[in-house]
Design a binder for this molecule. Structure first.
Ligand code: IDC
Length: 345
């Protein structure tokens, strides 16, 4: 309920005790720490092609994605969160919850993964960060394979957290080998399920061809641009890996983001495998474009996987030291500087 959210955001901003406020029966909304990204900006709204804060000002959010939480939940400890919040000064965390059984995802134990997502959401909220709930469907690439499961998952997440102002839903990570028409049909089934619980939160969906508006499968982005999802407060996601996706890919991001609201929910500075050499020159072209157009983004990923795109050196998550640069791989040193540069809001 919009009025409850604005009262709560106000209360959080001036640090009033929340105990006397009426909140939904299902759960009490947590106070966001004053001055934190989510307290300052409140409920996000799409305005035109921009992402705006609760005062209608266009903003850019910069954050980090987890690795798959079925594999790297060992990083989920207080010092890792401290680094994200205080050292990296991230605005949000994207929580990558893989879906497929073959990848050890949600399907293997829906209760366990839903509870794990709840715990990430609560911790992000306690720290005043936005949290992007990522339904990380990848294999198979057609999100319609999982519609029933996605409805069950998002209904519970939305029911539990509807009074929070810092939740962002991504209903499909990277659709692939599936037409835009099929993805759009999935999105138009999913959005009402979330909206029935939480009418005003931001919802994102991936686009065809691994969230490239079709570009990586040689399809014209016009297919998406001419057949838009019927929904408000909705954004389209775009992904890139800068060592592999060069100027023509960058041009697609520039083109589509002038016409529809775009959120870069995942990018890397290396190859699409999340590994291999970094290209920081090409990465900077993307980052500069995203800064100029206030396109929000998350970098892949805030883990200690051995691949070059995981920011921490292998073994870091078994320890307690995450802040500073000594535990970072080159991609981490580079992206930390960009994440922690002052927000323009
Ligand atoms: C990769 C992981 C790797 C895993 C693989 C398949 O790093 O450990 O084996 O997925 O599940 C994406 C995907 C993301 C990929 C990442 C890097 O969203 O799941 O992670 N990537 O390959 N799209 C482009 C790159």
């Amino acid at each position: 309920m919009a009025w409850q959210k604005s009262v709560l955001a106000l209360a959080a901003a001036v640090a009033l005790p929340l105990s006397g406020l009426a909140v939904g029966a299902t759960t009490a909304a947590a106070a966001l720490p004053p001055g934190s990204p989510a307290a300052v900006n409140g409920q996000l709204k799409v305005c035109g092609v921009q992402l705006c804060n609760s005062s209608g000002r266009a903003i850019q959010l910069r954050g980090m994605s987890t690795h798959g939480i079925q594999w790297f939940n060992g990083c989920n400890k207080s010092q890792w969160w401290d680094a994200l919040q205080n050292d990296w000064k991230a605005d949000f965390v994207r929580v990558a919850m893989y879906v497929a059984k073959g990848e050890g995802g949600y399907e293997t134990d829906p209760r366990k993964f839903t509870d794990l997502m709840h715990s990430y959401i609560e911790e992000a909220t306690r720290r005043g960060l936005y949290v992007l709930v990522d339904w990380h469907q990848l294999n198979p690439g057609d999100p319609n394979v999982y519609t029933a499961k996605a409805k069950t998952f998002f209904k519970e997440i939305a029911q539990r957290h509807k009074n929070k102002t810092n939740i962002i839903y991504d209903i499909a990570n990277e659709p692939n080998h599936v037409s835009w028409a099929r993805i759009k049909s999935y999105a138009e089934q999913m959005i009402p399920v979330i909206r029935a619980e939480d009418p005003d939160s931001l919802i994102i969906s991936g686009t065809n061809s691994w969230s490239t508006f079709g570009h990586s499968e040689q399809q014209d982005p016009a297919v998406v641009l001419n057949n838009r999802v019927k929904a408000t407060n909705f954004m389209y996601s775009f992904h890139f890996y800068a060592n592999e996706h060069r100027d023509s890919h960058l041009a697609v991001l520039d083109r589509v983001s002038s016409q529809v609201p775009v959120f870069v929910t995942e990018f890397g500075t290396q190859d699409a495998s999340g590994d291999g050499p970094n290209d920081f020159t090409m990465s900077k072209k993307y980052v500069d474009l995203m800064a100029r157009k206030k396109i929000s983004w998350a970098n892949w990923n805030f883990s200690d996987d051995k691949r070059s795109g995981a920011v921490f050196k292998a073994g870091t998550c078994s320890g307690t030291s995450f802040s500073g640069t000594s535990k970072l791989k080159p991609a981490g040193v580079w992206v930390r500087d960009v994440v922690r540069s002052p927000d323009q809001w």
